[in-house]
Design a protein around this ligand. Structure first.
Ligand code: NDP
Length: 282
């Protein structure tokens, strides 16, 4: 039987409506700033989508663009300014950054309670401790998508393909918190198919179009495709969607699966950051 398609757009829409409702009675609106450095076309698209959604639900949203040849000092100065800005409750620095910029130092410079991407060492450390303050939006969004299927996560065998600090690792930790038995695969995994075939829940976060084939997936598995790959002008996931949907129980499409959730959760994190900053300032 063909898999049920998990509609990320619909789930994201309901999260956004919920936020809109919550902020409708507030005098001060949540303030989000997005820093973009350089002219990476994909980053430009993602940032504009985030700004558009933030404005549409009534946030105060600022885009700060620095040139491709910006220096470390210029980016740090902007980070410091946003750390101090009372209108801004949370901000992100869109990755990747041009090669002259040390990404780690920039992320480390963002105050943890304003780090709405959840990339800072403090927020990652909180997640490891099981104290979810501001958690990376994409894995959090994936958890919402898994939850929407109604399956019980506890006791399931989950496989995450990819171990980046922004997707793979936090994803594995969130699944572990929900008592799944978790395996993390990466480029040095010896037999990827042997691992993925065991997965009741399979999350692909690699960046290789169609890497996950039908014979790598367990019958009735929940398959979450984080990958975004531009191939001949088309956006494709890491999963061979057309074939895998004939075998999986649930599957996310690309586009329309994880992507819209990332933005919705980023805005949810900003609302949370507003509560955190207000506790600190007032
Ligand atoms: P990274 O490049 O940081 O990490 C990719 C991971 O995949 C690495 O851990 C790498 O292993 C692993 N990998 C590479 N090749 C293989 C392979 N053949 N088999 C198994 N594992 C492999 O990517 P990100 O985590 O930042 O992003 C992953 C994907 O998700 C990208 O397509 C990105 O565009 C997308 N993405 C989508 C978002 C959305 O909102 N939809 C948000 C964020 C990301 P190793 O560590 O050994 O190198």
């Amino acid at each position: 039987m063909a898999a049920k398609i998990i509609d990320g757009k619909e789930i994201a829409k309901s999260i956004l409506e919920d936020i809109k409702e919550k902020i409708s009675s507030m005098n001060e609106k949540p303030g989000l700033a997005i820093v973009i450095v350089g002219n990476n076309p994909a980053s430009e698209i993602y940032v504009n989508m985030k700004v558009k959604k933030a404005n549409a639900i009534g946030f105060h949203c600022e885009k700060h663009a620095l040139s491709e040849d910006a220096t470390q000092e210029e980016v740090m100065k902007l980070v410091d300014k946003l750390n101090q800005d009372r209108k801004i409750h949370g901000f992100i620095v869109q990755l990747p950054l041009p090669e002259q910029i040390n990404e780690k130092l920039i992320i480390d410079g963002i105050l943890p309670h304003k780090d709405v991407d959840g990339f800072s060492p403090v927020n990652l450390g909180n997640l490891v401790n099981g104290n979810n303050v501001l958690v990376s939006a994409t894995p959090q969004g994936c958890m919402e998508l898994i939850k929407s299927t109604g399956i019980e996560i506890a006791g399931k065998y989950a496989v995450v393909v990819g171990r980046s600090n922004i997707v793979g690792k936090p994803m594995a930790l969130l699944l572990l918190q929900k008592n799944a038995t978790v395996t993390v695969c990466h480029s040095r995994t010896k037999d990827l198919a042997a691992e993925t075939r065991k997965a009741d829940i399979l999350v692909a976060a690699v960046g290789k179009a169609g890497l996950i084939k039908k014979d790598m997936v367990k019958e009735n598995a929940v398959v979450i495709d984080v990958g975004t790959n531009k191939v001949n002008g088309k956006l494709l996931g890491d999963v061979d969607f057309e074939a895998v949907k004939e075998k999986a129980g649930f599957i996310t499409p690309v586009p329309g699966g994880v992507g819209p959730m990332t933005i919705a959760i980023l805005l949810q994190n900003t609302l949370k950051a507003m509560e955190l900053t207000e506790k600190i300032w007032n």
